[in-house]
Design a protein around this ligand. Structure first.
Ligand code: SAM
Length: 291
């Protein structure tokens, strides 16, 4: 077997051979570090009975490691210019399939049915394009795909916001959305030097263990997320002031106080101090009162 794609030497050779030009607009920063690749694949807890979905395989650095670790690999790549390279690099692996497309537009439920019928569990494993990290992750979570883990390299600040606990400035609606669907865990922080070209931001690997059951009982999910968004609208304002501007006319202010008391939430608190349980309680009380 040939040398790994991800050694700096072979990556440069491949790029030269095909005359590949990086597109910044597609978030193309390729990994050239065996150690980091090993950590990413290790965190996904794969074996030959499981499948892996990779988003953005690039020239296949991570894909070939996934091929070694999983029974089936599907890699979705938007950039047509990479397809001949991937065809060449991944040629030894009959259980790897490259799909050309934009992951945000693909019917993933159908892809799962067609490609992952023979595996016990599927995890998403990827070094994500940073310009679309949040839309991609929210799509994976909200569509409730049958996933075990999502292990991704993303911008460090975004990883910290996803994993944040109540009380700090990183905690916000993104933390709540991600934690409602999964249990996040920071795997490692990654230096710029493991990519070519090097990105301008710090990176981190995060693992989202996808929840099989919701952590709290929410009567109306869309409304729950609306209440969360509204509560964080202006971070320095109290929860009561944020909710007032969003949901209550001037004459209904006493109703807001009554409902906050019913949900056992002090009106002077700020959204960043509320747990998911408290947001669930609040949105359920609002929902029942017909807010
Ligand atoms: N996995 C490779 C690696 O680690 O070296 C490349 C990672 S690079 C950060 C992101 C990859 O995602 C690029 O190959 C890019 O073309 C691809 N990409 C960008 N937007 C995409 C989208 N919407 N759908 C699928 N792939 C996308």
């Amino acid at each position: 077997r040939r040398e790994e794609v991800s050694t700096p030497k072979r990556t440069k050779e491949i790029i030269q051979k095909y005359g590949f030009q990086f597109k910044k607009s597609l978030g193309q920063n390729f990994l050239i570090d065996q150690n980091i690749l090993g950590k990413i694949v290790g965190a996904a807890d794969l074996d030959s009975s499981k499948g892996a979905l990779e988003i953005g395989p690039g020239i296949g650095a991570l894909t070939e490691k996934l091929a070694d670790a999983a029974g089936k690999v599907v890699a979705v790549e938007i950039d047509q210019r990479l397809l001949p390279i991937l065809g060449d690099v991944l040629q030894p692996f009959s259980h790897v399939k490259v799909v050309h497309g934009d992951v945000l537009k693909l019917d993933l439920k159908q892809l799962f049915q067609e490609e992952f019928g023979g595996v016990s569990q599927v995890s998403v494993v990827a070094n994500l394009p940073y310009y679309v990290t949040t839309p991609i992750l929210m799509k994976l979570l909200e569509e409730r795909l049958p996933l075990e883990n999502i292990v991704v390299m993303i911008q460090k600040e975004v990883a910290e916001r996803m994993a944040a606990a109540p009380g700090g400035k990183e905690y916000g609606s993104l933390s709540i959305a991600v934690q409602y669907f999964s249990e996040p865990e920071l795997v490692c922080v990654v230096p710029h030097t493991v990519f070519i070209p090097q990105p301008n931001v710090d990176s981190a690997v995060i693992r989202l263990k996808v929840r099989q059951e919701r952590p709290v009982e929410v009567r109306d999910e869309a409304f729950f997320f609306e209440v969360v968004q509204a509560s964080f609208a202006q971070r320095r304002k109290t929860i009561s002031n944020n909710l007032k501007s969003r949901f209550f006319a001037k004459e209904d202010r006493t109703e807001l106080e009554r409902l906050l008391a019913l949900a056992d939430i002090e009106p002077v608190r700020r959204a960043e101090t509320l747990s998911i349980e408290e947001f669930a309680r609040l949105s359920n009380v609002f929902h029942e009162a017909g807010v």
